[in-house]
Design a protein around this ligand. Structure first.
Ligand code: AMP
Ligand code: TRP
Length: 340
């Protein structure tokens, strides 16, 4: 088994849905990018997970969306020289370990997952893939002996399941897996939809509702339009705890992007009205996203470069995954123990 000798390791994944949004950026990517020099960092574009959503087979092939996602990640500041960036399906150990973990996972654990319940309710017949989604996620994390998993708030329950599976496996077969912890930022870990602040900003709603998300590659006029139309209320409250959900969401976006302390954000907007708040939030979002968009447009058609980065990333991490999987197979008795 691979033991990491130097820095602690972070691992995280993102589905290849093409245009990532501000929720992905604040909840996940900023943490990936800020931590990539401090940790040994591995990030995966999880195309096998994407198969679990019904709409994944439509229009644009997943391989294209994988490249777009890679371009957006690099444009956002992920440094492929420092962090390993790879495509989940390029390393077959993910699917193999997922199967082994499946055989230790009570179905009841999976049926309790809130993300599963929400997604299953939207389809006529939920697939086994949808139910099993968190086990594949656990395999992703455990293969790399991960210490911390930087994610948005919505993934907390999946990381808890990963912890339960790691502990169960370690108890039954001897300590193999590092038991990971989530890394969730205190503010910005759950960005809500601009058009409906009662639901999380999400890619699946982006296609159905105009003004729901801010895409990382959206042009400035689209960003401003969506923010100016964001749902607020008829009052003027700009304190985080007293504000209505839509206003709180805008304040949170400002707080997380500016890095300003909460009291400074509150006093900045006190008594100024929501139009002012929206314009200031739009200015800040546009200032942060414009360089990302410019860089993305330069990168996205450079297929050769993107494929090279992804191939290099997979080559870099494959030995870790293979060695963990081999050790797992030995412990459960489907591979001969090492001699000597
Ligand atoms: P996904 O798009 O579901 O693959 O999510 C990728 C990452 O973005 C995960 O770490 C999620 O927790 C995070 N994320 C997704 N939506 C949001 C949101 N609305 N607010 C904050 N983080 C989010
Ligand atoms: N399920 C995660 C999401 O939708 C994506 C993901 C897959 C992931 N594997 C992972 C996140 C491993 C962290 C670690 O956001």
């Amino acid at each position: 088994m691979e033991q990491h000798c130097h820095k602690p390791r972070i691992f995280s994944g993102i589905q290849p849905t093409g245009n990532l949004h501000l929720g992905n950026y604040l909840g996940a990517l900023t943490q990936w990018i800020e931590n990539q020099y401090r940790y040994d960092s591995i990030f995966s574009i999880v195309d096998l997970h994407a198969l679990a959503s019904q709409d994944s087979h439509l229009a644009v092939p997943i391989v294209e969306k994988v490249r777009q996602t890679a371009a957006l990640l690099i444009a956002s500041g992920l440094d492929p020289e420092r962090s390993a960036l790879f495509v989940q399906s390029h390393i077959s150990a993910h699917a193999e370990l997922a199967w082994i973990l499946n055989c230790l996972t009570p179905v009841g654990w999976l049926e309790r997952m809130t993300q599963y319940k929400a997604k299953a309710a939207q389809v006529e017949a939920a697939t086994a893939g949808l139910l099993d989604y968190p086990v594949l996620q656990a395999a992703d994390i455990l293969l790399y002996q991960t210490d911390r998993v930087p994610v948005g708030e919505d993934q907390k329950q999946h990381i808890e399941l990963t912890v339960d599976l790691a502990q169960r496996f370690n108890r039954l077969f001897g300590a193999i897996f590092v038991v990971p912890k989530p890394l969730i930022r205190p503010s910005g870990a759950r960005i809500m939809g601009l058009d409906d602040p009662s639901v999380k900003m999400s890619k699946s709603l982006a296609e159905k509702r105009k003004g729901h998300v801010i895409g990382l590659a959206d042009p400035p006029d689209v960003i401003r339009g969506s923010i100016l139309q964001a749902v607020t209320d008829s009052g003027s409250e700009t304190r985080f705890e007293q504000a209505s959900p839509g206003v709180k969401n805008l304040l949170t976006i400002f707080e997380a992007l500016s890095g300003n302390p909460r009291p400074a954000v509150e006093s900045r907007f006190e008594g100024k009205g929501y139009r002012y708040l929206k314009n200031e939030v739009a200015n800040l979002v546009i200032a942060v996203l414009t360089p990302i968009r410019v860089r993305y447009l330069q990168l996205v058609n450079d297929t050769a470069y993107l494929d090279r980065v992804l191939g290099y990333g997979a080559d870099k991490v494959r030995p870790v995954a293979v060695s963990t999987l081999e050790e797992v197979k030995r412990r459960i008795g489907i591979e001969a123990p090492c001699s000597g």
